[in-house]
Design a protein around this ligand. Structure first.
Ligand code: TYD
Ligand code: MG
Length: 460
């Protein structure tokens, strides 16, 4: 029987030798070969496997006691709601949004509230001079808030300043595209600069427990690094959206390591800054006094919150020959073409010689498929000039066959509609159980039934 062969493995590179040597022939390390008493391994697997030579890590169970992360309320309920209950110390938050949408205004308001509540807050603007920020704060009624303010762009200067004294509870960097890290070459705003600056700031936040808010610009052309490169580095990504020409703004979480991403905060931009809108439906329903043909209210869902929006359609007959226009604001034009096709094919309605305009009032963008039935009702109402009663909402999805299908969270939407004074609902037949008591539900399984109902003087 052959004598089992001794093996020596190198503690530096793991290579296995059959003879002891003073220097490892593979990695040239001296005195690293030690006799291997374990399982017989082939020289190949020992050299190319990661299964040994590491430090043991402790494996834990999921049910171990872990305290919930503490949260600091910003004093702005719509902001807290979006963040999942407040700001988590030591976390990094990125706020993206078009220029001029109100990011600086929102963050100055948050900074002002927190500073007034006694927290140390530092606001660094890389875009505006301190005077400009001060003037804005005065306009927002925050002139006396003890926010520590600076106009700076060097990450080294900022961090050097902040390592003196107690770390701030909140550090706002407006914006990350203007920050410059001298570790790297390159102009501020380039992808590598943005990444390096953010890395340094996030490291500071984690070490000190300071909550960090980075503002990121979103640009259409690729000349400035957008916040996309940063999204994986931060804990929370918020988007501040809205039409600049309209008042309302929506703060939406698209990533949140400390909460859900289905909550939104609604604000209105006014002369004295952003105000919270706790009842968004009031913003999107225009002043409606009497029923108008082509107008239908749709209970949309924004995050987990139902919001009533008014869908307006206008159909203008043309002298034959001209090419009719289809214009959509706030909805998908492809989806409008589909609804028109279904109305033509399944209900025999003709829009061929008519211009069709569709508008979501208030400047909201709706991408909810449950709007199909409301859009179809608005189009039928506009074409037949039969107004839908003011107390009516309509919702449901529409298939190409003209079938009405229930949509997500019907009950939630209808309950909110009822709370706001709507008493009638046009829904898919299969969804009639979702209509709350006190509300009259009209269920339809096919679009021609709904068209007949609307044409038959639904305004009674
Ligand atoms: P801003 O916060 O500077 O936007 P961002 O930082 O996202 O670029 O806000 C810009 C717009 O907000 C500006 O066009 C004017 C308007 N605004 C108001 O309407 N009311 C106000 O009180 C403030 C401060 C700004
Ligand atoms: Mg700004």
């Amino acid at each position: 029987m052959a004598k089992p062969q001794k093996r020596y493995s190198c503690q530096a590179c793991g290579a296995v030798q059959t003879k002891w040597q003073g220097q490892c022939p593979d990695c040239a390390e001296w005195n690293s070969l030690i006799e291997d008493a374990g399982a017989v391994v082939t020289p190949f697997s020992a050299k190319h496997s990661l299964q040994r030579g590491g430090t043991r890590i402790a494996l834990e169970t999921l049910d171990a006691d872990t305290p919930l992360p503490p949260r600091t309320s910003t004093g702005i309920a719509e902001m807290d709601r979006t963040l999942g209950g407040g700001i988590v110390p030591g976390s990094a938050i990125l706020i993206g949004g078009d220029p001029g949408i109100g990011k600086s205004t929102l963050l100055l308001q948050v900074a002002g509230r927190l500073a007034t509540a006694g927290h140390r807050i530092v606001y660094i603007s890389g875009e505006e001079a301190a005077d400009q920020v001060r003037l804005r704060a005065r306009r927002l009624g925050l002139g006396d808030a003890p926010v520590e303010l600076a106009s700076a762009t060097s990450v080294r200067d900022i961090l050097t300043t902040l390592t003196d004294g107690a770390p701030p509870a909140l550090l706002v960097i407006d914006s990350i595209q203007t920050m410059h890290s001298d570790i790297l070459e390159g102009a501020p705003g380039t992808v590598s600069q943005v990444r390096a600056a953010a890395q340094e700031l996030i490291r500071f936040a984690k070490q000190t427990g300071t909550a960090l808010v980075l503002v990121g610009h979103v640009t259409k052309d690729g000349s400035i690094a957008g916040p996309r490169v940063l999204e994986h580095m931060v804990d929370t990504v918020l988007y501040f959206e809205g039409e600049r020409s309209h008042q309302y703004r929506i703060l939406r979480a698209v990533k949140n390591r400390f909460g859900g991403t289905d909550e939104i905060g609604v604000f209105a931009m006014e002369t004295a800054g952003l105000t919270e809108v706790s009842n968004p439906s009031s913003l999107f329903l225009t002043q409606r006094e009497r029923p108008v043909a082509g107008s239908v209210v749709f209970p949309a869902l924004e995050g987990t919150r139902p919001v009533m929006v008014e869908i307006q359609a206008l159909v203008v007959r043309l002298a034959s020959g001209a090419t009719p226009r289809r214009a959509v604001v706030g909805w998908d034009s492809g989806r409008l073409a589909m609804i028109l096709a279904v109305l033509e094919a399944r209900c025999g309605m003709s829009f061929a010689n008519a211009e069709v305009y569709l508008n979501i009032a208030g400047g909201l963008r709706v991408s909810d498929p449950a709007a199909d039935v409301a859009v179809a009702a608005a189009l039928v109402s506009a074409l037949t000039e039969n107004a839908v009663p003011l107390d009516t909402v309509a919702l449901g999805e529409l298939s190409l066959s003209g079938e009405l299908r229930p949509a997500a969270h019907l009950q939630l939407r209808l309950k909110e509609a009822h709370k706001l004074g709507f008493t009638r609902a046009l829904t898919p037949k299969a969804a009639r159980d979702a209509v709350p008591s006190g509300m009259r539900g009209e269920g339809f399984s096919h679009l021609p039934d709904l068209v007949a109902h609307l044409a038959g003087g639904a305004a009674d």
